[in-house]
Write a protein that binds this ligand. Structure first.
Ligand SMILES: Nc1nc2c(c(=O)[nH]1)N[C@H]1C(S)=C(S)[C@@H](COP(=O)(O)O)O[C@H]1N2
Ligand SMILES: [Mo]
Length: 327
């Protein structure tokens, strides 16, 4: 995600040069063994930084609910021929603008964030407004592990073993009224603990939305963990949404409020940069972003480029949701 104002290209924020060298444990000496252009592009960083840093993978809920993890892997969601992205990479390469727009700094700024206690308020077109606490959120349905492809609009991609349950289970629990057509998610607002929210070029708090039939699709997931444990803060603890056929910004983190609406809600990136980010935002190789092509993507685990897949490879499951008129 990037704006003209801060003038970055989609790949500019891949591991900065200094952290690659630090990761190699050799400082400037490493320059002689690696091509400088390789280092600048960050394409070698993946195999260097594969070992997870224990400090970067602590569940933000702490020891609580540890009996729920690891969850049983579902056989229904395969990423073959791709392979899982090493946690050592996905845990230090994050978009979470509430902390910072510098991907490899998010985990460090987020790691001491206390999420306990936490609650989600549910309001709008529902039978009765309700509040879900952490215990409710963790136990709406049995936890399962699903391997999903994940594609950011900036063209990087990964494969992650998310842990959670179908978002639909949470929606049922909320008892939306028949007139509800959309679901809106609002992330936490906490400027004191989230320094990125001091940047007033963005309309905090983060807000996203889905059409209700999209949110009820069996692939849409309520996520509370990954890689066998609870979510570390940089991934949006304690409760987030993952919608694998859409660009990553449609998967909001650290949600504190859910609303059901009749009208199409505004969304954060669409409001900030309407020319660049739409409401539907389905992964589509033939629809370029105004400033870059979406035809190819780069796997952050292997560094390899490959063609982008329509609906991120989930066309068979989700194409029926769309008439082709959605933009
Ligand atoms: N609240 C909030 N949710 C967010 C974002 C954010 O900045 N704030 N970034 C989005 C973007 S652009 C991406 S690619 C994914 C990244 O998720 P990850 O860090 O768990 O890989 O989170 C999405 N959800
Ligand atoms: Mo993204």
């Amino acid at each position: 995600m990037s704006s003209n104002k801060i003038s970055v290209t989609p790949e500019d924020q891949f591991l900065d040069r200094r952290s690659i060298l630090r990761g190699m444990g050799m400082g400037l000496a490493g320059l002689s063994t690696l091509g400088v252009s390789e280092i600048l592009q960050g394409i070698s960083a993946s195999w260097i930084l594969q070992d997870p840093n224990p400090e970067a993978i602590q569940p933000a809920i702490g020891e609580q609910f540890k009996d729920l993890f690891p969850a049983k892997r579902s056989a229904d969601f395969t990423i073959a021929p791709r392979t899982l992205t090493p946690e050592g990479i996905s845990s230090i390469y994050n978009n979470f603008y509430e902390f910072t727009s510098v991907k490899n700094r998010v985990w460090r700024m987020a790691r001491n964030f206390k999420v306990v206690p936490w609650k989600i308020e549910v309001a709008g077109a529902v039978e009765k407004p309700l509040t879900l606490d952490l215990d409710d959120l963790m136990k709406v349905a049995p936890l399962e592990e699903r391997l999903y492809r994940f594609r950011c609009v900036e063209t990087w991609a990964m494969q992650v073993p998310w842990i959670g349950y179908p978002l639909n289970k949470l929606i049922d629990r909320c008892k939306p009224l028949g007139k509800a057509k959309y679901i809106r998610f609002i992330s936490i607002l906490d400027e004191a603990r989230m320094p990125g929210q001091k940047d007033k070029q963005w309309p905090w708090p983060y807000f996203e939305a889905l059409r209700l039939d999209e949110a009820r699709h069996p692939l849409a997931m309520a996520v509370v963990g990954l890689y066998g444990h609870g979510l570390p803060m940089q991934h949006g603890a304690p409760w987030r949404v993952v919608v694998p056929w859409k660009y990553g910004y449609k998967s909001p983190k650290s949600i504190v409020r859910i609303e059901f609406t009749e009208e199409k809600p505004a969304t954060f990136w669409n409001q900030a940069l309407p020319r660049e980010y739409g409401f539907y935002s389905n992964v589509n190789p033939s629809k370029p972003h105004p400033r870059w092509s979406q035809a190819m993507e780069r796997d952050i685990g292997t560094g390899k480029r490959r063609p982008t897949l329509l609906y991120n490879g989930y066309a068979e499951q989700v194409a029926k949701l769309y008439s082709g008129k959605e933009v």
